[in-house]
Ligand binder design. Structure first.
Ligand SMILES: C[S@@+](CC[C@H](N)C(=O)[O-])C[C@H]1O[C@@H](n2cnc3c(N)ncnc32)[C@H](O)[C@@H]1O
Length: 275
């Protein structure tokens, strides 16, 4: 069974609410208009995950100060299938297109194939696009760590750009399995590995670390993330909103990171630092 979390918001808050749902870790958003309000339906594979993501969404919505009504339902897998079938290819960067399908007999260069699953990272969010562009400029020959890897998309972009190796970690077990499947689908399973490992359990350091997670989680992971970053390494942080840059930046500055000016798209930010 897929667990569905439904949120009813005023029309004017619908776009921000769906971004926050995605960012809380939900996948498979559908939208239904009911007069002046909109009901957003988001899915998760297991009930415990739904609760965790629901809490993350509720905290983020409270920070944004918009009212909403939220409730949980369980449905059959039909809903999941209809969401998955609606996924379309996305041009993630000028050179990488994400195709949410099994690869065809003849693959196009630049196409990355992602098996549809309830995981984040089909290129539908501005933070994934910003992170992919940031990584493309830094990945060549480097050991890359992606924290909160979802479908694995950022590791695949790094591998495409000649990374020495990319490792993705995610607390969501089904996302890690989906990323491992996707690595095999793209012939990248030697270069891209995925696990649910805690950051402190990783044995090596990385020259490039990217994390696309919400501001609160980023702050809480600051010292573990910095400990995994090689001296002189590059750190990219996204998943935060413009108004959250200062709090996130401060947490990482106290671990020795120096920040470049933020990059933003549609109210979302990417922070770039060196240690
Ligand atoms: C916004 S998605 C990013 C997915 C993909 N990297 C992208 O950029 O599209 C955030 C991911 O972080 C994971 N996550 C949340 N908290 C985490 C934590 N403390 N440690 C590792 N992963 C976490 C979620 O399960 C989710 O898959």
């Amino acid at each position: 069974l897929t667990t569905l979390f439904k949120v009813r918001v005023e029309d004017k808050h619908a776009e921000r609410a769906s971004e926050l749902l995605f960012h809380a870790g939900f996948a498979g958003l559908s939208e239904e208009s009911t007069g002046a309000s909109v009901t957003l339906t988001a899915g998760a594979e297991d009930k415990a995950e739904t609760e965790r993501m629901r809490n993350a969404f509720e905290r983020a919505a409270a920070e944004h100060g918009f009212p909403f009504e939220g409730w949980t339902e369980e449905l059959s897998d039909d809903w999941k299938l209809s969401w998955i079938e609606a996924l379309e290819p996305v041009q993630l960067t000028p050179t990488v297109r994400l195709v949410p399908r099994e690869p065809p007999a003849t693959r196009l260069p630049g196409d990355l194939y992602l098996k549809p699953a309830l995981a984040f990272g089909y290129g539908e969010h501005p933070t994934t696009r910003m992170a992919a562009s940031w990584l493309q400029e830094r990945a060549l020959g480097r050991r890359v760590l992606d924290v909160g890897s979802g479908t694995g998309v950022l590791c695949f972009v790094a591998a495409h750009k000649g990374a020495h190796h990319a490792h993705g970690v995610d607390i969501d077990g089904p996302s890690v399995l989906a990323a491992q499947d996707n690595a095999r689908l793209n012939g990248l399973d030697q270069l891209c590995t995925f696990s649910t490992a805690q950051l402190e359990a990783l044995s090596c350091d990385f020259e490039v670390v990217i994390a696309n997670i919400d501001a609160r989680t980023l702050r809480s992971l600051a010292s573990e993330l910095c400990a995994r970053l090689a001296p002189g390494g590059s750190l990219g942080l996204t998943g935060l909103l413009e108004e959250q840059t200062q709090e996130v930046q401060s947490a990482f500055e106290s671990c020795g990171c120096r920040f470049a000016p933020p990059i933003s798209e549609a109210g979302w930010c990417l922070l770039s630092a060196q240690r």
